[in-house]
Design a protein around this ligand. Structure first.
Ligand code: AHR
Length: 368
């Protein structure tokens, strides 16, 4: 029903061009004089594809335009950015599912780590009257107004990965993502295991924590989950918990600072693999070793392939998985909604913890 009502701005623009053409105010491509537009378009394409803008190479953003088939379900996705290897895998999972072959028309927007860009993207999806809005909110707060606008437009909103804190939970239809709180607890339990194995369970243990983006569900959940376990051990001393924004560069910078500041660090809890890669660099540069048999026990989150290799090799003691393959779960929810079925409000994706004991199997699965 919504599809028939949908009005596409580009269609409007084409009608407008026809009117101007009839009035002799605009010439379409292919007509004499239109050649100048072809030339300008060609120059623009060369500039874009040769990266003459000097900035980072841009990811293909969107496929905005006229929908080729009105039976396609139009899904607007606002992704946080490309801050981590995990995020790239999450994006790939979404893009591989919402294809035209599967019956979807995907409009994808990368917010480049800015909430204001996400709000803009959501508003553009609303004005284009997409069938569904899917988005991963960078932080939990500040969404009431734009989600109210989506509700008034009758567009179901599906949250993925992170959650929102809103006054009215009917502002979104469903959430699909990881149990971050449990991930934090699993990291704490992995540390308990490791210290027990080493016979250090009663020793004074000095811990530093590299946290992800301030205010994000993943950082909040992992911090509170780990703290809950830490509180049950009087000998676990959390020296500092610092925001390293889920990036390798910040992870390295903060770990360098922590290593200069504290003489003894026994454990690093790093809330994602990208920060861990940076922190490992800092540990090596400081002349220290990482791992169960080294100076600093490292526990990480995400379980991306290159980190799992480090689990096998021993410098990461445990890696708590954050399941990036959410595309198929999102699609399942949309399919149910299309068939007028009730969907659960909260949908957790499965995840596990990898240590030297079980990591080979996952690496082999990934290689297939
Ligand atoms: O919200 C999920 C987290 O965001 C992942 O752990 C991290 O790598 C990403 O950037």
């Amino acid at each position: 029903m919504r599809k028939a009502e949908r009005s596409w701005p580009l269609c409007g623009r084409i009608k407008q061009q026809k009117r101007l053409e009839m009035a002799g105010l605009w010439k379409p491509l292919g007509m004499p004089g239109g050649k100048i537009w072809i030339l300008l378009g060609f120059i623009l394409m060369v500039l874009v594809f040769t990266g003459c803008g000097k900035g980072p190479v841009k990811e293909p953003e969107t496929r905005i335009g006229t929908v080729p088939d009105k039976n396609l379900i139009v899904v607007g996705v606002s992704q946080i950015g490309s801050e981590s290897v995990w995020r790239t895998a999450n994006t790939a999972s979404i893009q591989s599912v919402f294809t035209q072959e599967n019956g979807y028309f995907l409009i994808f927007k990368n917010a480049r780590q800015k909430q204001e860009n996400q709000i803009k993207a959501l508003r553009s999806f609303i004005s284009q009257r997409v069938d569904y809005i899917v988005f991963s909110p960078i932080t939990e707060r500040g969404w009431d107004t734009v989600l109210q606008e989506a509700k008034e437009a009758g567009i179901p909103v599906i949250l993925i990965d992170r959650k929102v804190k809103v006054r009215d939970s009917s502002l979104y239809t469903a959430w699909i993502g990881p149990d971050f709180f449990n991930e934090g607890r699993m990291a704490g339990e992995a540390l308990e295991e490791c210290l027990k194995k080493q016979g250090r369970q009663d020793e004074n243990i000095h811990i530093v924590v590299l946290k992800g983006t301030e205010g994000s569900t993943s950082a909040i959940g992992r911090t509170t989950g780990f703290s809950e376990i830490a509180q049950t051990h009087e000998n676990w001393n959390i020296l500092e918990q610092v925001d390293a924004e889920f990036t390798t560069a910040k992870g390295q910078e903060e770990m360098e600072r922590l290593l200069r500041k504290y003489e003894t660090i026994d454990v690093l809890i790093s809330q994602n693999d990208d920060m861990t890669f940076g922190a490992l660099e800092a540990i090596h540069e400081a002349g220290k070793t990482a791992g169960e048999d080294g100076d600093i026990i490292v526990i990480s989150f995400d379980a991306v392939k290159n980190a799992l290799k480090l689990v096998e090799e021993g410098s990461i003691t445990a890696d708590v998985e954050c399941n990036a393959n959410q595309g198929e779960y999102i699609e399942e929810v949309i399919r149910k909604l299309e068939n007028h079925k009730v969907v659960p409000k909260l949908n957790f994706v499965p995840e596990e913890v990898f240590t030297k004991e079980n990591v080979r199997e996952r690496l082999e699965e990934d290689e297939q």
